[in-house]
Design a protein around this ligand. Structure first.
Ligand code: DLZ
Length: 197
């Protein structure tokens, strides 16, 4: 179970063993991204999500997260309708991080994603990049989730400096890894979305 804090939601326990979860992360600020991704995957595993049902992709920066989420979800729908064919998000995005063999062999893996987690770290610099990217990515991820009807978990840190980023990735003594919260949120939304259908 993820640790609680004054700010976070009261955690709910859900069984993620039947879920298929997509994760896409930016590669900018990789020393922060790595621990966040680890925290996310650890929490998914704690909730029972099978390793073969977790598909991880990467993109260069946070700006690319919305299109990646959109293509990953659409590809997972195509994959289902072609009943386990070779088409996959990995093919579309050209990443080597997807385990294509497990996608083809695990029956549960031929379903569209139940939730997708988008992970990025935006650190304010001297120019206006931070403001433009933060705003566009937030709006883009919300839009893609609503347009496709799939829960998109907002795993994007928008911080003012490196210390703030480290403190949210569990890299400072006593700090909390927000990736754990994102894993938990994906499982809760994946389960509830099925109930809302
Ligand atoms: C260009 C840029 C800058 C300045 N800062 C960040 C950042 O802090 N975090 C991040 O994820 N990406 C950054 N990028 C890269 C953009 O998101 C994007 O990848 C490029 O502009 C190419 O479209």
């Amino acid at each position: 179970m993820a640790s609680t804090s004054l700010k976070g939601p009261k955690p709910e326990e859900h069984d993620g063993s039947a879920l298929r979860i997509g994760v896409v992360h930016a590669r900018w600020n990789e020393t922060i991204i790595g621990p966040l991704l680890d925290g996310t995957k650890a929490q998914l595993a704690k909730c029972g999500v099978k390793d073969s049902n977790i598909v991880v992709q990467s993109v260069p920066g946070s700006w690319e997260l919305p299109i990646a989420v959109q293509r990953m979800y659409t590809a997972s729908q195509i994959q289902q309708s072609s009943s386990g064919g070779a088409s996959s998000a990995g093919d579309l995005l050209g990443s080597s991080t997807t385990d294509l063999a497990s996608l083809a062999t695990d029956a549960a893996s031929s379903r569209p994603f139940d939730a997708i987690i988008a992970i990025g770290v935006l650190i304010k610099g001297e120019t206006m990049h931070f403001e433009y990217i933060s705003d566009a990515v937030s709006q883009g991820l919300m839009r893609v989730g609503l347009d496709l009807g799939v829960p998109v978990i907002f795993g994007v840190l928008t911080v003012l400096n490196d210390e703030q980023a480290k403190a949210r990735a569990g890299l400072i003594s006593g700090s909390h890894n927000h990736g754990e919260d994102w894993g938990l949120a994906a499982v809760e939304l994946g389960v509830k979305r099925a109930a809302w259908a």
